[in-house]
Design a protein around this ligand. Structure first.
Ligand code: DGL
Length: 269
């Protein structure tokens, strides 16, 4: 059995494209519709109820696109809304993998840093998953509220990015973590700056690959992989298409996909 409908992928902005990259590599035959809420990014400093409300608005848009699965390519919405929304829509749903299991397989000293948005850190999700997987590991969570606005404005390197990285990451260097989870899908774009502060010996874990593998496994389990030969990607955003087109080039090479401006209000109930 096959299902040729698209996979929906979404985030508060451009960060989720780091997950799209892995999905495309793993499942090149699948069609993908991406939505980034560039009009309202960042989400991570907003109250949980508002994040959930925004998530429903995006899910209604994806429902109108008749997706077979939604990949929540945002740690913040995964931590705050996946359990609540999962049963309310007629498609499969998968969130960002925490990266905890991969980190536990890589760490030597069992001291693992997690950097993420304020909302993700406040949810305590990574700590809970780690405790279940290996109670002897120590998790060091740090919220980095300046990182998403830096990425969205294209400041991936330079003085501002480095100052923010020093401010957030010094305590993790001092805590002697040997593994650092990039717990926000925007952060892989800051990896060179993060690497500068953390040093060459710390392993940076980007859970995007694991997320793509989880998505693929879920489709396989439900026999919903496509029967097509080659997939297409449609990139939808709620604002600033010109800015987004420039940032997209930091993630993908090759021909630029189709971009579309979407007004979520058109899909409200
Ligand atoms: N990429 C989102 C995440 O993974 C960022 C959320 C935000 O907009 O603050 O959490």
């Amino acid at each position: 059995m096959s299902d040729n409908r698209p996979i929906g992928v979404f985030d508060s902005g451009i960060g989720g494209l780091t997950v799209v990259k892995e999905l495309r590599e793993l499942m090149p035959a699948e069609d993908i519709i991406y939505f980034g809420d560039t009009a309202r990014t960042p989400y991570g400093s907003r109250p949980p109820a508002q994040i959930l409300e925004f998530m429903h608005e995006i899910l209604r848009f994806l429902q109108a696109q008749d997706v077979k699965m939604a990949v929540v390519a945002c740690n913040t919405m995964t931590a705050l809304g996946l359990d609540t929304t999962r049963k309310q829509y007629p498609f499969l749903m998968v969130g960002v993998n925490t990266g905890i299991r991969l980190s536990l397989s890589l760490t030597k000293n069992k001291r693992i840093g997690v950097i993420a948005t304020q909302a993700t850190i406040a949810s305590g999700k990574h700590g809970k998953v780690a405790k279940e997987a290996d109670p002897t590991a120590t998790i060091f969570p740090v919220a980095c509220p300046k990182f998403v606005p830096l990425v969205e404005s294209g400041k991936l390197a330079g003085v501002e990015a480095e100052e923010a990285a020093h401010e957030y990451l010094r305590p993790l260097v001092e805590a002697n973590v040997d593994t650092l989870i990039l717990g926000c899908t925007h952060y892989p774009l800051l990896a060179p700056t993060i690497r500068k502060v953390m040093g060459a010996n710390v392993t940076l874990v980007n859970p995007a690959r694991e997320t793509a593998v989880d998505a693929c496994n879920l489709l396989k389990k439900h026999q919903r992989l496509t029967g097509k030969q080659q997939g297409a990607t449609r990139l939808c955003f709620s604002a600033d298409l010109e800015r987004v087109k420039v940032l997209e080039r930091c993630i993908f090479s090759g021909p630029q996909p189709e971009f579309e401006l979407i007004n979520l209000a058109d899909y409200a109930k």
